[in-house]
Design a binder for this molecule. Structure first.
Ligand code: GDP
Ligand code: MG
Length: 362
């Protein structure tokens, strides 16, 4: 799964991208041009359960779940090139919007004075306008083509496109609209950006770090997080970057002094995972302990496909237990003895934290 970082220039996107992925991309006080290349990096999803399973099995290899982050060049309003940056985002499954809340008199903000609530609305509006453009073009084409041939599929699609247009013209992001699975399939090709779930990261300054707990009231964001498919999370990229560069003991002390309960890296990655609607199941053994990502609600047989299509095709049963129970029992044998392992069929809905051994025919 892929998350795209969006945001105005010099708001801290690349700083954050580096914290999340260790990719070491260059930050800039001047903002990158819209033609600059995007950075792509992988983040390992921190999972206490996997760490503990690994101490139990001592495998040769421990493989966490991952999320891909894409840091695209900053968007400038009215910039003809911003279409390019947006195009880069259309492959992303969800968006991470970095919002500047830090003050820095030497660093001019492209949107004027620092105002996170305004930036969030402006960014949403850019996404809506870009989708509107796509929907209008499609509407015109469909109308032309229907005049010639009157194909019923095209008429169905036109009705759907017009529904999206109505929402977009009312300045409503598409993530708030309800579409049937069939409609979602029809819409997939449009890659509408306002339909993506979005996580707004409020990048606090050194002076504002005391507002980690009350940032909503402080910046007038009381209701923003209640919008559909929308998450909100405060952090200070600059401080986190400094913490990441310190030796572990000093880092913990510095973090404590500032009143930061937990580093932002695991918080952001976990929030991303949640926003993407993902859960993890585990496979365990002496060779490898591994976390696998699947969308919440995935039946066992399809979940097997995350590992290999042959296991999905030849699926017989899923021998399943909970990681917490396995950790408590101390071994698979002990868990089996306590009747903590069940045989589940293909329709079983895999739960977050399941440890699964798939039985299959090849
Ligand atoms: N004062 C301050 N500066 C920051 C903070 N976060 C990022 N910056 C600075 O803003 C500039 C742009 O950061 P960068 O991550 O390249 O932003 P991007 O253009 O959004 O990718 C760099 O000089 C950063 O050091 C912050 O929390 N406080
Ligand atoms: Mg950048």
């Amino acid at each position: 799964m892929k998350m795209g970082l969006v945001g105005f220039p010099t708001v801290g996107k690349t700083t954050l991208f580096n914290i999340l992925t260790d990719a070491g991309a260059a930050t800039s006080r001047f903002g990158t041009s819209a033609r600059a290349e995007s950075h792509v990096g992988m983040a390992r999803v921190p999972d206490e359960r996997l760490t503990r399973l690994a101490t139990l099995f001592k495998p040769k290899k421990v493989t966490p779940a991952t999320i891909e982050y894409v840091d695209v060049a900053g968007l400038r309003r009215g910039d003809a090139d911003s279409g390019l940056a947006l195009a880069d985002l259309r492959n992303a499954d969800a968006l991470l919007h970095v919002v500047r809340a830090f003050q820095d008199p030497d660093l001019v903000h492209s949107e004027g004075e620092v105002n996170p609530a305004r930036d969030i609305d402006t960014m949403e509006m850019s996404l809506i306008l870009s989708d509107l453009d796509i929907a209008q073009k499609r509407q015109e084409r469909l109308q032309l083509s229907i005049r010639k041939t009157k194909r019923s599929e095209e008429q169905k699609e036109l009705a759907l496109v017009e529904r999206t247009l109505a929402a977009l013209e009312a300045e409503k992001p598409l993530r708030g609209e309800v579409f049937t699975p069939q409609e979602q399939k029809m819409l997939r090709g449009f890659a509408f950006l306002s339909a993506r779930p979005i996580l707004h990261l409020i990048n606090l300054g050194e002076d504002d770090i005391g507002h980690l707990a009350d940032f909503r009231e402080h910046f007038g964001l009381e209701t923003t997080g209640n919008r559909p498919g929308t998450g909100l999370l405060p952090l200070s990229a600059r401080i986190e970057q400094e913490i990441a560069e310190l030796p572990a003991a000093d880092a913990a002390e510095f973090q404590n002094d500032l009143g930061i309960p937990e580093p932002c890296r695991p918080r952001v990655i976990r929030a991303s995972y949640e926003l993407l609607g993902l859960i993890s199941f585990f496979t365990v053994g002496e060779d490898e302990c591994r976390a696998w990502s699947i969308p919440r609600g995935t039946p066992a047989r399809r979940a097997a496909g995350a590992i290999h299509s042959d296991i999905e095709k030849g699926f017989i049963r899923a021998e399943t237990g909970a990681a917490a129970d396995l950790l408590e029992a101390g071994s698979l044998a002990a868990l089996r003895e306590k009747a903590g392992l069940r045989l589940e069929g293909k329709e079983y809905e895999v739960q977050d934290g399941d440890v699964i051994n798939f039985r299959f025919n090849v």
